[in-house]
Design a protein around this ligand. Structure first.
Ligand code: NAD
Ligand code: MG
Length: 400
């Protein structure tokens, strides 16, 4: 248990995506520090029962369910559980709560572009933003970073690689000190396979990540290496780094979470067991270090650290993301939207694994990059890319 001075008030934390994998890790860390941290708002997509169960444990002031049709069920369930937690439903209610004094800290852990409005609301309201929702940065990174800068919102990246880079960059004086940033990738469950060996992989195999326990969407992204592609774009925005200073290194042990090389030849790495509670504890406690429940790293037990180059022939999603980052404008938004639709179709058994990069590539070529200076323009291209990809999937299904 942490010792907190009496004058320090408790951090009031909104956990968005509370019923998910990151949500569970965040609530685990919060519950270890009851004097310092409190979950004041919990938000989830559609699982009312799981949200009520979390409210029983964490007793937040507010609970929000995305689906407006579930409002009465949430309200009645909270009441029957004897809780004072207020029930809310819908995206607007969530955005308003995030911007209100119901919280000072926001864990943005909704999956996909669905997380953009609440992430933006937190940035605009100047909250401490623990950002796990990488898709919002890929879709609207410039706007999100500008909103955070204007309001002095403090963004602490939760994605393990970016949290590692955030920590390593503490020893930098100016942007010019950094020669390059290396994002590590586990390689996913299919590392070492050729393209031909990927044709028949199943959903079950794709979501069985060798090192990390995560939600289904990011698990598939890790299997295609799109996750690393999204992370390159994420790093570009978070740390204001050009593509030329970014690179990817496959590291199957997932113990080195990323590296920063400085102009003097020093390379700093952040290491630790693959457990998201470490990143979340950094975000929740910063600049102090607090217990996360994660054990230290016993390098004697692990023995070997290996590194290799990514195989972009077998995993073209990484190449597609590189080129979307280079094209800029609307390209990353198209990449993300097409990928979300393709991954969802793969998870539903509608398309094969190799159709994911094929669909992303065809949608990217159908919607060439254009300048993107407003949220409206980005949301419009996001919708177009989704609809094109859905149509392509429907075409596939007819031909099959
Ligand atoms: P998950 O599928 O386990 O959980 C997603 C959460 O989002 C659930 O609580 C769900 O109810 C909620 N949700 C979905 N749609 C919603 C909507 N429209 N409105 C409100 N809530 C909604 O996913 P996860 O693995 O926890 O990942 C969450 C985010 O964090 C993703 O962007 C992912 O890329 C990122 N991330 C996750 C990990 C990890 O280890 N799981 C690591 C790095 C980054
Ligand atoms: Mg990551």
């Amino acid at each position: 248990m942490s010792v907190v001075h009496p004058h320090e008030s408790r951090r009031q934390v909104a956990v968005l995506g509370a019923t998910g994998s990151i949500g569970a890790s965040a609530l685990d860390v919060i519950a270890r520090h009851r004097q310092r941290l409190r979950a004041s708002v919990l938000a989830a997509g559609s699982n009312v029962d799981a949200l009520i169960a979390l409210c029983r444990t964490h007793q937040p002031d507010h609970a929000v369910i995305a689906d407006p049709g579930s409002h009465a069920r949430l309200r009645d369930g909270l009441h029957q559980a004897g809780l004072k937690t207020q029930a809310h439903a819908g995206g607007h209610a969530l955005d308003a709560l995030v911007a209100s004094d119901a919280c000072d800290t926001v864990v943005a852990a909704i999956v996909g572009a669905a997380g953009l409005p609440s992430t933006l609301a937190a940035a605009r309201a100047g909250k401490r933003l623990l950002l796990a929702n990488k898709e919002s940065l890929v879709l609207a990174g410039d706007l999100l970073m500008a909103a955070a800068n204007r309001s002095n919102a403090e963004i602490i990246p939760i994605d393990s690689e970016h949290n590692a880079i955030f920590q390593c960059l503490r020893s930098r004086q100016t942007q010019g000190d950094v020669r390059r940033v290396l994002l590590t990738a586990s390689g996913g469950p299919f590392r070492g396979r050729s393209r031909a060996q990927l044709a028949d992989v199943t959903v079950q195999q794709a979501v069985a990540h060798p090192k990390w326990s995560m939600g289904p969407k990011i698990s598939v992204d890790s299997a295609t290496l799109m996750n690393k592609g999204l992370e390159l774009i994420e790093a570009h925005h978070l740390f204001d780094l050009p593509r030329a200073k970014l690179d990817v290194l496959v590291h199957p042990q997932s113990l080195v979470h990323s590296l920063v090389e400085f102009v003097d030849g020093s390379t700093l790495a952040q290491m630790g067991l693959p457990d998201m509670r470490t990143s979340l504890a950094v975000g929740l406690g910063w600049p102090q270090r607090i217990d996360s429940g994660v054990a230290g790293l016993d390098l004697l037990q692990h023995g070997r650290l290996e590194f290799e180059a990514p195989d972009t022939d077998a995993f073209p999603c990484l190449r597609l993301a590189w080129s979307a980052l280079e094209s800029g404008g609307t390209a990353p938004a198209v990449l993300n939207a097409a990928n979300e639709i393709a991954v969802s179709a793969f998870l539903q058994g509608k398309i094969g694994f190799l159709s994911i990069p094929a669909l992303v590539e065809s949608t990217l070529s159908a919607l060439p990059a254009a300048p993107a200076d407003s949220l409206e323009a980005l949301l419009e291209v996001d919708a177009q890319a989704r609809s094109l990809t859905r149509n392509a999937i429907a075409g596939h299904a007819i031909r099959a």
